[in-house]
Design a protein around this ligand. Sequence first.
Ligand code: FES
Length: 111
Amino acid sequence: MQDKVEVTVNYEGKTIVLETIKGTNLRKLLLENGLSPYSKINQKLNCGGNGICATCGVFILENKPKPTHWHDWLANKFYYPRLSCQIVVEQAMVIEIPQKLIWGSRRKPKS
Ligand code: FES
């Protein structure tokens, strides 16, 4: 039996809880559930999950996984959205799909 985890998604003012199995790619999970991480412009203009275009960004609000991709490492360090295509869901997490024109803006945490 595979371990299940919940991903809570804040999207357009709603909170949606998705159940998935550990090891699921976050971008795939979102798309399979009709929750696109892309802006309207990038619905078709994106790299298809290869970590090149940086248009699939989401903010991870709780249980941030360690970055494994150079862009994701920088995004994590400088508070830009993380690449959902480079995130493997291994534990429950809370994310937000931000409103964006293409990439999404920086969001520095309040101190
Ligand atoms: S889909 Fe292009 S970087 Fe994630």
